[in-house]
Structure formats: C-alpha cells, structure tokens
Design a binder for this molecule. Sequence first.
Ligand code: AMP
Ligand code: GLY
Length: 420
Amino acid sequence: MNILILGGGGREHALAWAVKQNPKCDRLIVAPGNAGIAQIAECAAFDIDDGDTVANFCAENAVEFVIIGPEAPLAAGVADTLRDNGLVVFGCSQAAAQLESSKAFTKAICDACNAPTAAYGHFTDATQAHAYVDKQGAPIVVKADGLAAGKGVVVAMDLETAHIAIDDMLGGQFGSAGAEVVIEEFMDGEEASFFILCDGETVLPVGTAQDHKRAFDGDEGPNTGGMGAYSPAPVLTDAIAEIALNDIVKPTVAEMAKRGTPFQGILYAGLMIKDGQPRLVEYNVRFGDPECQVLMMRLGAQAFDLLHACAENRLSEVSPNWADDHAMTIVMAADGYPGPYEKGSVINGLDTLPETSSEMTFHAGTATKDGQTIATGGRVLNVTARGATLQDAHARAYGMTKQIDWPEGFYRNDIGHRAL
Ligand code: AMP
Ligand code: GLY
C-alpha cells in the first residue's frame, strides 16, 4: 500500500517508524517530514492544510491511505476533501475537529451527554465575563475558545490574573481564537492523557501517557508543548480508564454521531483525576506530541493495522496486542525554547545511537545541511526507549541522551519523576 503521512514533527516520525515496519507498507511518503523521517521515508513539500493540494498529490502518486498528524489540516477540513476524493483517511472531519478547535463546542457536547468536566460559563462580552469571575472567585481558569498554539489557557490563582486574561483574550491577543472565552472551575488532581481510536461508532483505547509541560526540572519555567512523556500513566489505572471510557468517551462519541458528525480518528482525552474519578480537561483530535512517540514505541508495526482499521470503520475487528512494557521519551530542545531560539546548530553523535524496536531517536525539528544534521525547531529530538519497567525505559533513554553531542540544546533530567 502507498501511504502518505501529513506532518513533520516527532509525532510524525514515530508514526512513520511504526507504519514502515508493517509489511503492508510498500511506499511511504511524509509531507513535509524532516531529516530523521527522510532516513526511512520519502519527504515531499506542499501545503498540507489545503485539501485540494493534498488530494492532487495523492492522485499523482497513487496514494491509497492518508494519516493526518497535526490538528491544523483536520481543523481546515483536509480529511473531508480527501474522503470526498475516495481516499481512505485516518483523521477526523472538520466538524468533529471542533472538539479541539472550540472549547465552547466541547463544553456544549459534555453538557449534552453529561460527561464530567469543570463547571463553566462562556462569554463574548467582557463585562459579563468579569462579573462571572468575581462571582465564582479564584482559583479559576480562563481559556480562549479557539486554537491558540497551546497558549490560550490561563490558570489564575488570583482574581487579578483572571481579569487581565479576560481583557487580553477578548482584546484580541489571540485574534479570532479569543473572540469568545470559556471560564472554568479550577480542577485539582493529577493529569493524564487517554488515547482512544474511534471509527464513528466503536471505540478502542490505545494507551495512556503523561507528559511534562514545563520547560525545566522540578516543573519549573514556562509552559511548552511537552518536554517528555511516558506510557502507561500509572495514575490512569484500568478502573479509572473504564470510568473515563464509559462516562466521558463513549457518551461523547455517541453525541457526535447523533449530531450527524461522527468522530473518526484518534481522540486524545486530557483528564484530571482526583479520588479515583476522572473529569475531562480537554479533547484533542490528534495524537499528542511527544505522547505519540511512546505510544508508537509500545505498539510498533501493529499501529498501522489499528489506524487503517479505524479509517475503514473496522475497529470492532481489531485490538492492540500489548506487551507488558513501558516507554519513555525525552525531548531535547534548543536553548531558549519555548521563547526565541537559534536555528542551524549542528548535532553530532546521532549515528552512534541504537535504532531497535526498543530504542529510537525521533526527529522533531531537524534538517540536513552539508551532510550534517542541524536543529531547525524549538523541540528538536525525542530520545525514546522501551523497557520491561519504567525504570528500564528511563535508564535506556537517558543513556542515549549522553551520546548526543549538541551543546546548543537542553533537556529535562526528571522525566517520569512522578511515576518512578
Ligand atoms: P488545555 O489547553 O485545556 O489542556 O489546558 C492547558 C492546561 O491547563 C491543562 O493541561 C491543565 O494543566 C490546565 N487546565 C486547563 N483547564 C483546567 C481546569 N479547569 N482546572 C485546572 N487546570 C486546568
Ligand atoms: N503534548 C501535548 C500535546 O500534544 O497537546
């Protein structure tokens, strides 16, 4: 089968790595890809947020199956255009992508299906928003409704912070993404991520993970897209996962189907867990990055069969074959990330690293220049390992980071500390 993956980060390298191992994969193309992906697949450059462009590329290259990695093409309706062109697509429709692209939409879905989540109000009028915050008191959470590159959430521990966030968001800080704000009850507890394949009807859990959002050790420093992750998440026990599946995920999927906009793809449920009860923090409609890297490391080649069955509405026929294993990924980022950082520094030592079914360095932001690998992004490498225990995976992954010679990069030394 000829397969196209859209995206060019560590998530897509991990997807490509897993898909490539499956004997059903004949030709693998990734757009745009990166230097690491180029070692295992063809890379192509075109506008992945434009459905017609992607559809034309598929026709010209006899692509049969498209896997969409990031949220932007999903929110832009690329999956819809490709399906209209007869392609088999892993990734949800534009209507279903509202579960990520609009927080007010997700809240309304939770209301309609009684899924446990934080109490909330939503506002386009600043006076009403300020009054609501004053009435509720702090701590309280202020969110821009739309996609704001992970920056649209302010967890306000005092009222002043909340009022400033309202004025910033409704004042245009995030453009139209902040034209509406959702104001939520602050939820206390431990966060974990739950990943569920859905084919519109059947749901199939494919793993749990926890990531580390802050840039520096000890959960200090600014928020990032994620500095490392591990799977499974011990806090998300089988019993809690079952509750989340029955009380949150299945009702959501049923509600989406009822509205004529079935969800097909991967549902990433961010959960807050307290006293054995999960509540929904947010949905994403894509794999997490870097959570995908640990999930793919654990699933390996079977990931292709699961994703393909999902795209063909055959999820009820498949199930993951779990080894009782653990995986960890450590993000190496450019000095300065998530703020401004330099591009172009040379990374050495990558050719000394093992590449096995239990050890892989996924590339997130790299390119090749004059025969050398250079850093081109904020998050640059995802050093990933698997083991019988989380301790094993941790020792392996940290051992690999020591072989990488990149003075302009940094990483956290305490990935997995909560679980270890
Ligand atoms: P989101 O983009 O909705 O995932 O929010 C980003 C982060 O803000 C989450 O991962 C949580 O750590 C935090 N957060 C969001 N909503 C809440 C809430 N209602 N209570 C506590 N923390 C929250
Ligand atoms: N690592 C968090 C995310 O992918 O949204």
